[in-house]
Design a protein around this ligand. Structure first.
Ligand SMILES: Cc1cc2nc3c(=O)[nH]c(=O)nc-3n(C[C@H](O)[C@H](O)[C@H](O)COP(=O)(O)OP(=O)(O)OC[C@H]3O[C@@H](n4cnc5c(N)ncnc54)[C@H](O)[C@@H]3O)c2cc1C
Length: 438
């Protein structure tokens, strides 16, 4: 195999790693992203789908809330094909909820998150499934973000700008070689052999695995891995996201996702992401019961499925609430290694920008981040797939690609868009492998 040398290698293809890869590629940094499975298949493919307005964190975590409202607007502009501008309600049902209103309104005002108060009767007209006993309702600019559509659009834009997106490669070690380079040892799951990729800078963006991966390569990174469960119901019950008006807790958000509704979430500490349990009957009952306080029809809506995943949160001992903020750790040993900790799906672009700043500074690259204003590719996944017709990756996936393309112009065109994104992700990875001789 030929020696592959990059300016930067990003380990982990969740939302943080994807945005970091795109950020670096747009600065002209030769970058490879390596993902042990497929992109956005872990927490970034098992979350709630809420593009936060920041209102949920306004009282407890104002810095994260400020980042959320800024990123909420940016993402809707640069990737409109992945975002649904639903709006969101915060509803007070109990007396305690009502008491939280003052604090919430003050915090929203301080941070600059726009909101409007509606008479409960007006809110019920707009959202007929809302609990008619709601005492206070305010509207905030929450939105819904479609996970795979965004992940593949970022990967495609990065690939179109010179990045390599490599799925099925697990990083098993990172070692410094002399002064200039770090060697990343990878296990290639597609052929069952190991290989070495070399780069001047390496970003550990393994999300919930960040602490475990750091230990594996002999350094210390502390994270607070917090698992959560979400339940998917067979009907979309509301136009908007519905939030309980209370401090962030369990069972307080209902998200309309396509034709379904997703209720979440629970929270418990879990050190090893590989040990994520399957959702229990009790969790499903608890979330259904909490959700039906806001939207009573939830109790009668069939459950399709439930799933769990892990938040890779930052560990701060002195905070009452776990922060949704993030940091980019610049390691002294080995030099050139950076670790991303914390954040939200909503703030992924900002995380990528900050990681990109750190890596660019280290590499001596002066070009600033471009992701704030670049329009992402991938608005039409069918057309993007067609572009690869005739390539060798296309030939190896011939039937899969043709099946997906055949959905266009047919009864299932809209349903097939997700499949088109999924296959497009695979084609980008195969194309990247081919270019590198992997
Ligand atoms: C229950 C729950 C609900 C949430 N809801 C929301 C929400 O509605 N809105 C929101 O904004 N945020 C939400 N979040 C937070 C958000 O989902 C996460 O902050 C975000 O997805 C984390 O992205 P990440 O890239 O850090 O991690 P991940 O998405 O987990 O990506 C890490 C990647 O690294 C890969 N990897 C690990 N080890 C290796 C290795 N050795 N080599 C190669 N690859 C490796 C993994 O396979 C994985 O793909 C939620 C989180 C949870 C748990």
């Amino acid at each position: 195999m030929q020696q592959n040398i990059f300016d930067a290698i990003v380990i982990g293809g969740g939302i943080s790693g994807l945005w970091t890869t795109l950020d670096l590629a747009l600065r002209g940094v030769k970058t490879a992203l390596i993902e042990k499975s497929v992109i956005a298949s872990e927490t970034s493919g098992k979350f709630h789908g809420l593009l936060h307005s920041g209102a949920r964190y306004a009282v407890t975590d104002p810095k994260a809330a400020l980042d959320c409202i800024a990123e909420n607007k940016i993402l809707a502009e640069i990737a409109p094909h992945t975002v649904e501008d639903t709006g969101g309600f915060f509803v007070a049902i109990s007396r305690e909820d009502e008491e939280y209103y003052e604090k919430l309104a003050r915090a929203l005002g301080n941070i600059g998150i726009p909101y409007r108060e509606l008479a409960p009767s007006e809110a019920v007209k707009e959202e007929p499934q809302l609990n008619r006993e709601s005492r206070i309702v305010i509207e905030v600019p929450d939105k819904v973000v479609y996970s795979r559509d965004l992940a593949v659009s970022i990967a495609l834009t990065a690939f179109n700008n010179g990045a390599y997106i490599l799925e099925g490669l697990e990083a098993i070690d990172v070692k410094r070689t002399g002064d200039d380079y770090l060697d990343v040892y990878v296990s290639d799951k597609t052929v069952g052999r190991t290989a070495v990729l070399r780069a001047r800078a390496v970003v550990n963006s393994t999300g919930p695995w960040a602490g475990i991966f750091a230990r594996r390569i002999g350094i210390k990174v502390e994270i607070l891995p917090t698992a959560g469960t979400m339940v998917v119901y067979s009907k979309r019950l509301t136009k908007r996201v519905i939030n309980r008006m209370r401090p962030p807790s369990e069972g307080d958000i209902l998200v309309p996702y396509g034709d379904t509704s997703i209720m979440g979430t629970t929270a418990f500490l879990l050190e090893d992401p590989e040990a994520t349990p399957t959702p229990s009957k009790e969790d499903i009952e608890f979330l259904t019961s909490e959700g039906s306080v806001m939207v009573p029809a939830l109790a009668k809506t069939p459950v399709l499925r439930a799933y769990s995943s892990i938040r890779p949160l930052i560990k701060f001992k002195d905070r009452e609430y776990a922060t949704r903020d993030f940091e980019v750790v610049d390691h002294d040993n080995p030099r050139g290694l950076f670790t991303i900790v914390g954040g939200k799906f909503t703030t992924g672009r900002l995380i990528g920008e900050k990681a990109g700043d750190s890596v660019a500074r280290y590499l001596g690259v002066g070009k600033p981040s471009q992701t704030r204003s670049i329009k992402l590719d991938g608005g039409d996944p069918y057309m993007e797939l067609k572009r690869f017709r005739g390539s060798s990756s296309y030939r190896s996936l011939y039937s899969a690609v043709e099946h997906v393309l055949s959905l266009r112009g047919r009864i299932d065109e809209e349903r097939g868009r997700s499949a088109a994104y999924a296959v497009l992700g695979g084609v980008i990875s195969l194309e990247s492998r081919k270019m590198l001789g992997l």
